[in-house]
Design a protein around this ligand. Structure first.
Ligand SMILES: [Zn+2]
Length: 315
């Protein structure tokens, strides 16, 4: 009996909705995070970067100064993302209970929110999201332009935008440079290569979002989508490669550090619509050593602990 009650409580605690709805024409993602009784992953945000031996070719982040400036203003800044050829050039924030879904970097309430991480610590699959602000064409809207131009479109598919897509300036996935982006997050300064990309329709099961983002709470309070088993991670990689709308000719392994970026679709206004555009990337320069890849060494320990601790609430 008691077990049943606990199960019910877990179900209630694990409910969450990441949906798209219209609000004054702009898209809003409404997220009800797990109830406070189920704490969000509470691992102290690790600032431990992979140890990279200093060499003349060592990667240097273009965002170091910007991040330092932003952090001086708001310590919730945990990184930076910029996509060449687009207006995406933003700090990455983290706040409890999806705070930055509707707050800007100055902590002012605003429907367009910020670019933010799902989780508060480095995990093997870092998740970054932002609204598809269709009216202002800001936040992650132009990820759609990147998608569309590589799918052969000449104009933005969203009628009210209809922007002409410039092949010459937008990232070209057929080149390494075009599909490799500089992103700093949780102390990792690196280049990340896309290996899969697809858009889901509004009737997509909620489970897809949870699976894609390694949601540690699952959809029934019992199933965690936080992956730690190598076979499960390989299955996840295969699933993303299989679903990809574009053949990047790039694969991934269970030793990779992943980065999942997503935003809402262009034409879904209902609050429970599951239309989303996903990009799946892996860290390539420097290659991650945290999960057995590259020249794995003792540096792996802190992050491995963090990942474990982060997944704990799902238990
Ligand atoms: Zn557009």
């Amino acid at each position: 009996m008691q077990k049943k009650i606990i199960a019910v409580l877990l179900v209630l605690a694990s409910l969450f909705v990441v949906g798209c709805s219209s609000n004054e024409g702009d898209e809003v993602v409404t997220i009800a995070p797990p109830a406070t009784s189920t704490p969000a992953p509470t691992t102290a945000a690790p600032t431990v970067a992979p140890t990279v031996e200093p060499t003349p070719e060592a990667y240097v982040s273009p965002y170091t100064d910007k991040i330092a400036e932003m952090q001086a203003e708001n310590s919730d800044c945990i990184g930076w993302i910029a996509i060449p050829g687009t207006n995406i050039d933003k700090p990455i924030m983290y706040g409890e209970d999806f705070y930055y879904s509707d707050h800007n970097e100055q902590k002012e309430k605003i429907v367009s929110g910020s670019v933010y991480s799902h989780y508060n610590a480095l995990t093997q699959n870092v998740v970054i999201t932002a609204h598809n602000s269709r009216v202002s064409k800001t936040m992650f809207h132009e990820l759609h332009h990147v998608q569309e131009v590589n799918m052969g479109e000449t104009n933005c598919a969203y009628d009210d935008c209809n922007a002409k897509l410039d092949k010459a300036t937008l990232p070209d996935f057929s080149t390494v440079e075009g599909r490799t982006w500089d992103i700093s997050v949780f102390g990792i300064d690196a280049q990340w290569e896309i290996f899969a990309m697809y858009e889901t329709e509004e009737d997509e099961p909620v489970k897809t979002l949870e699976y894609n983002t390694w949601w540690p709470y699952g959809d029934n309070g019992e199933t965690s989508y936080y992956l730690t088993d190598k076979a499960d991670i390989q299955e996840w990689i295969d699933y993303q490669l299989e679903r990809s709308d574009y053949d990047f000719g790039v694969t991934a392994t269970t030793e990779d550090q992943f980065l999942t970026i997503y935003t809402c679709g262009d034409y879904s206004d209902s609050s429970d619509a599951q239309s989303r555009l996903y990009f799946f990337l892996k860290q390539v320069n420097p290659v991650s050593t945290l999960y057995g890849g590259g020249t794995a060494d003792a540096a792996a320990t802190p992050a491995a602990d963090a990942a474990e601790a982060t997944a704990t609430p799902a238990a």
